[in-house]
Design a protein around this ligand. Structure first.
Ligand code: SF4
Ligand code: SF4
Length: 171
């Protein structure tokens, strides 16, 4: 069937009119802000006291944007008469959010529950170098980490110190 002249134009205008009648799905950020989902990947928080400087997160990061430095130190023995223990001290823990792709691998692989997702996302910078967050800044994000969902009935986890305990301690 031959096409009527102007048919495409009318069809296009029809789409425009239909779309104009629908409410907008966008918001006027930063004047209007939407609340991100609770488990959103906004920024990674570090619970320094749980970090053993094992380097696993830095090795697994596909972007190589985690920088860790540490040193060994001696700690008193756990029991009287025992040998002094060797412990790792964390000197540097930086994440470069100018490179991070928010895959979450570092949070997933950490065997010591030292990394957590926070839904905070307002940390853009004029200078890209300022997107490198050091351990002090990563630690400050801990205040914004949501509580984990409750354990299933009957589950008996050997829980390490998590966000709630760390928050209580810092108060
Ligand atoms: S979220 Fe992914 S890219 Fe970002 S620091 Fe962690 S492992 Fe690296
Ligand atoms: S954050 Fe976790 S995986 Fe990374 S060095 Fe510390 S303990 Fe190891």
């Amino acid at each position: 069937m031959p096409e009527i002249p102007g048919q495409g134009l009318v069809k296009g205008l029809g789409v425009t009119l239909r779309t104009m009648m629908r409410p907008a799905v966008t918001v006027q950020y930063p004047h209007d802000k939407e609340a991100p989902p609770t488990r959103a990947r906004g920024v990674i928080a570090l619970l320094e006291e749980n970090c053993t400087v094992c380097m696993l997160c830095a090795r697994e990061c596909p972007d190589w944007c985690i920088y860790i430095e540490g040193h060994n130190d001696k700690a008193p023995p756990r029991r009287e008469g025992g040998k002094p223990r060797t412990i790792n001290i964390l000197d540097r823990f930086d994440i470069d959010y100018g490179l991070c792709m928010y895959c979450g691998i570092c949070v997933d692989v950490c065997p010591f529950d030292a990394l957590f997702w926070s839904p905070e996302y307002e940390y853009s910078e004029i200078n890209i170098a300022d997107l490198l967050h050091d351990k002090r800044r990563l630690g400050e994000w801990m205040d914004t980490v949501p509580e984990p969902p409750p354990l299933e009935a009957g589950a008996q986890g050997k829980l390490r110190k998590g966000p709630a305990e760390a928050r209580a301690k810092s108060r």
